[in-house]
Design a protein around this ligand. Structure first.
Ligand code: NAG
Ligand code: NAG
Ligand code: NAG
Ligand code: NAG
Ligand code: NAG
Ligand code: NAG
Ligand code: NAG
Ligand code: NAG
Ligand code: NAG
Ligand code: NAG
Ligand code: NAG
Ligand code: NAG
Length: 524
C-alpha cells in the first residue's frame, strides 16, 4: 500500500485467512476483560450508593475519585505516591500525619520559581476562555447565589443559637456584600502565611476577592478587634485541633492578632504538627494540635492482595479521642474542633477495639466489609462532642467547625479541576458537602439536646459551610507555590481549591468564631 492509504481493520481481517474468527475471539476476550475490569467498580459504586442513602451519585463519583485530601497528593492512596514520599512506607511511628511537614520541607527546598509554573501541556487550553466567560456573569450570580444555596443549609440553626441571648441575629443567614476596607493584614505585615497559601506572593493578580464582607441579614458581623480580643483573653488560652484547613484558619487568626503584638513561638513539634504561640503582653496562648480525624488512629502497613503492594492504612477508633489534643487541653478556655476530608480516604473503622468495617475495601484482607465512612464519621462527631465535656481538667468551651467545602470545577482535584473565579457565588453545594454538613449538624443537635445547663453552653457550632460555599474565589488554585509533583506525575497538575488564600475569606471564619463565642470570650 502506498503513502496516504490505510488498511482498515476489516481489510486486515480479510487479508488474513481465518482473521474473522480470530477477531471474534479477540473481541470476546476484550469484552470479558472489560467486564471483569469494571465489574468490581460497578459493584462497589452500587453498594456505596445504597449504603449511603442520602448521597447522590455525584457524591459517590467524587469519592471514587478520592477527593483532594488537603495535604499533599501522597494522601490519595495512589500507588505512585508512596514511592515519592517515603514517610508513609518507611516507619510505623511516622504516620501520614507527618506528610504535611514533609510538604513544608519540599516547599522550603523548592525555591525555584520555575517550579511553580504550570507545564503548558498540562493546562487545560480552554481554561482562560472559561474564566473570561465566568467573570462576566459572576457579579450577577453573586447577587443570587446566597438565596440559592441557603435553603439547603439552614437546618436547625435557629435553635442552636438560642442559648446565647445576644444572638437574636442568626449570623449564618446572610450574604457577601462589597467591602471597600482592606484586609486586616497583608503578606508583608504577617509572617505566618504558609508558602502555598501566600497567593499574592505566588503571583495571584486579582484583588477583588479581598473586598467582600459577610453580612448577616439581621445584624453586622464585626471584624475581630485584636486589642480588645487580646485584653479579654488575658491569662487565658485557645486551641485548635484538626487538619491543614484548621491550620489555615489558625494562621489567619495569628495574622490578625499579630498586628497588635508579635507572639512568641513557645512550642514546635519536630515535624511541625503542633505549634504553640504566646502573646506575652497579654499572656494569651494560642495553640494548634494536629489531629485530622480527632479520634485515635493507628497507621498500619497493609499488603494488598490485588497487587502485593504495601500501603499505609488508617485504623480509626471512632470511640476513642485522640490524645494528640486531649492530653493538651486541660486548662484551655476555648477549643475549636474540625474534621472532614480525611474521612474520604481508605480506612478501617473500629469501635470498642473491634472492626466495624472499612471504606475503600479494594483488596486488603483486613477490610472485610465496606461500610462507607458516613456512620463512622457520625459516631466520631458524637464522640468528640460528648467526650470533650468530660476531659479531666478541661472546662472550656468547645466549638465544632463545620465542613469546609472545596471548589474544583471543570475536573476533579487530580484531573485538572480548578477554581478560577474572582468573585463570590455560583458553585452549587455538592451532595458530599451537604451530606457531611448534615451529619455534623444532626449530631451537634443530638448531643446538645441531651445535655442541659452549663454543659449545653460548653458546646457550640461554628457554621461556616454555607458562607464558604459561596467563596470559590478564595482558594490558591494554581497560586500555591508547591508543585513538586508536576514532573513526576503524568497526570494533570493539581490546583488547590480546598485551602484558602491568606488574606482571604477564611479570615471571616475567625470573625464568626469570636462573635459566636462572644459570651465566652468577653465574659467578665
Ligand atoms: C507511577 O505512575 C506511572 C505513570 O502513571 C507508572 O508508569 C508507574 O508504573 C507508576 N509507579 C508505580 C510504582 O506504581
Ligand atoms: C524508602 O526509604 C527506605 C529507607 O529510608 C529505603 O530503603 C527505600 O528504598 C525507600 N523507598 C523508596 C520508594 O524511596
Ligand atoms: C518521626 O517523627 C519524629 C518526631 O515525631 C522525628 O523525630 C523523626 O525524625 C521522624 N522520622 C522520620 C523518618 O521522619
Ligand atoms: C489565555 O492566556 C494566554 C496566556 O496567559 C493569553 O496570552 C491569552 O490572551 C489568553 N486568552 C484569553 C482568551 O484570555
Ligand atoms: C438572578 O435572579 C433573578 C430573579 O431572582 C433572575 O431573573 C436572574 O436570571 C438570576 N440570575 C442568575 C445569574 O441566576
Ligand atoms: C427548633 O425549634 C422549634 C421550636 O422551638 C422546633 O419546632 C423545631 O423542631 C426545632 N428544630 C430542630 C431541628 O430541632
Ligand atoms: C430559647 O430559649 C428560651 C429560654 O431558654 C425558650 O423559652 C425558647 O423556647 C427557646 N426558643 C427556641 C426557638 O428554642
Ligand atoms: C507579598 O506579595 C507581593 C505581591 O503582591 C510579593 O511581591 C511579595 O514578595 C510578597 N511578600 C512576601 C513577604 O510574601
Ligand atoms: C498566664 O496565663 C496562664 C493561664 O493561661 C496562667 O496559668 C498563668 O499564671 C498566667 N501567668 C501570669 C504571669 O499571669
Ligand atoms: C503476590 O505474591 C505471591 C507470593 O509472594 C504470588 O504468589 C502472587 O502471584 C502475587 N500476586 C500478584 C497479584 O502479584
Ligand atoms: C477543560 O475545561 C473545560 C471547562 O472547565 C472542560 O469542559 C473540559 O472538559 C476540560 N478539558 C480537559 C481536556 O480536561
Ligand atoms: C442521638 O443519637 C442516639 C444514638 O444514635 C439516638 O439513640 C438518639 O435518639 C439521638 N437523640 C436525638 C435527640 O436525636
Amino acid at each position: 500500500m502506498g503513502r496516504g492509504q490505510q488498511m482498515s481493520m476489516y481489510d486486515v481481517e480479510k487479508s488474513i485467512p481465518g482473521g474473522g474468527l480470530r477477531s471474534m475471539t479477540k473481541r470476546r476476550v476484550v469484552v470479558v476483560a472489560l467486564v471483569s475490569f469494571f465489574l468490581p467498580f460497578v459493584i462497589t459504586s452500587t453498594y456505596l450508593y445504597y449504603t449511603t442513602p442520602d448521597a447522590a451519585t455525584e457524591a459517590m463519583l467524587f469519592l471514587q475519585r478520592r477527593p483532594f485530601s488537603g495535604f499533599s497528593p501522597s494522601l490519595t492512596d495512589d500507588t505512585n505516591a508512596s514511592s515519592i514520599i517515603n514517610d508513609t512506607t518507611g516507619s510505623e511511628t511516622n504516620t501520614t500525619d507527618s506528610l504535611d511537614a514533609k510538604q513544608e520541607e519540599v516547599d522550603a527546598e523548592d525555591t525555584d520559581p520555575e517550579a511553580i509554573e504550570l507545564d503548558p501541556s498540562e493546562t487545560n487550553s480552554s481554561a482562560n476562555e472559561t474564566s473570561a466567560a465566568l467573570e462576566s456573569s459572576l457579579q450577577e450570580q453573586a447577587k443570587n447565589s446566597t438565596s440559592e444555596i441557603l435553603p439547603l443549609l439552614t437546618m436547625g440553626l435557629s435553635n442552636t443559637t438560642n442559648s446565647t441571648k445576644k444572638e437574636a441575629c442568626d449570623l449564618v443567614k446572610g450574604s457577601w456584600v462589597p467591602d471597600s476596607r482592606p484586609p486586616q493584614y497583608t503578606n508583608s505585615t504577617c509572617g505566618f502565611i504558609q508558602g502555598h497559601q501566600n497567593c499574592m506572593k505566588n503571583g495571584r493578580k486579582d484583588r477583588g476577592f479581598l473586598h467582600w464582607k459577610w453580612k448577616p441579614d439581621q445584624c453586622e458581623l464585626p471584624r475581630i478587634d485584636p486589642p480588645s480580643f487580646l485584653t479579654a483573653m488575658r491569662d487565658r488560652s485557645m486551641a485548635f485541633a484538626g487538619d491543614s484547613i484548621a491550620r489555615n484558619q489558625f494562621q489567619s487568626l495569628l495574622c490578625v492578632l499579630s498586628q497588635v503584638e508579635q507572639p512568641d513561638h513557645t512550642y514546635n513539634a519536630p515535624d511541625d504538627r503542633d505549634n504553640v504561640w504566646v502573646f506575652r503582653k497579654h499572656n494569651f496562648t494560642l495553640a494548634i494540635y494536629w489531629s485530622p480525624y480527632l479520634v485515635h488512629v493507628e497507621d498500619k502497613e497493609i499488603t494488598f492482595s490485588s497487587d502485593n503492594q504495601t500501603r499505609t492504612v488508617a485504623f480509626i477508633h471512632v470511640d476513642r479521642l485522640d490524645k494528640a489534643w486531649v492530653d493538651r487541653i486541660p486548662g484551655v478556655d476555648i477549643l475549636q474542633l474540625s474534621t472532614g476530608q480525611w474521612w474520604f480516604k481508605r480506612g478501617l473503622f473500629l469501635q470498642e477495639g473491634k472492626p466495624l468495617g472499612g471504606h475503600i475495601c479494594d483488596g486488603w484482607a483486613e477490610c472485610e466489609k465496606e461500610i462507607g465512612f458516613a456512620d463512622p464519621y457520625r459516631t466520631t462527631i458524637r464522640t468528640i462532642l460528648r467526650g470533650s465535656l468530660s476531659i479531666p481538667g478541661y472546662s472550656g468551651t468547645t466549638i465544632l467547625r463545620t465542613f469546609a467545602p472545596e471548589h474544583f470545577e471543570g475536573g476533579s482535584w487530580n484531573n485538572g479541576g480548578q477554581c478560577v473565579r474572582t468573585a463570590p457565588g455560583g458553585v452549587p453545594v455538592s451532595s458530599l458537602t451537604k451530606w457531611m454538613y448534615d451529619i455534623q449538624m444532626e449530631e451537634f443537635l443530638n448531643v446538645t439536646s441531651a445535655t442541659s445547663g452549663s454543659e449545653k453552653d460548653r458546646i457550640k457550632v461554628l457554621d461556616i459551610t454555607n458562607l464558604a460555599q459561596i467563596r470559590a474565589d478564595g482558594h490558591p488554585n494554581s497560586f500555591m507555590r508547591f508543585q513538586p509533583f508536576a514532573k513526576e506525575f503524568t497526570q494533570k497538575i493539581q490546583n488547590d481549591c480546598l485551602h484558602w488564600c491568606l488574606p482571604g475569606p477564611i479570615d471571616t471564619w475567625n470573625d464568626l468564631l469570636v462573635e459566636s463565642l462572644r459570651d465566652a470570650v468577653y465574659k467578665q
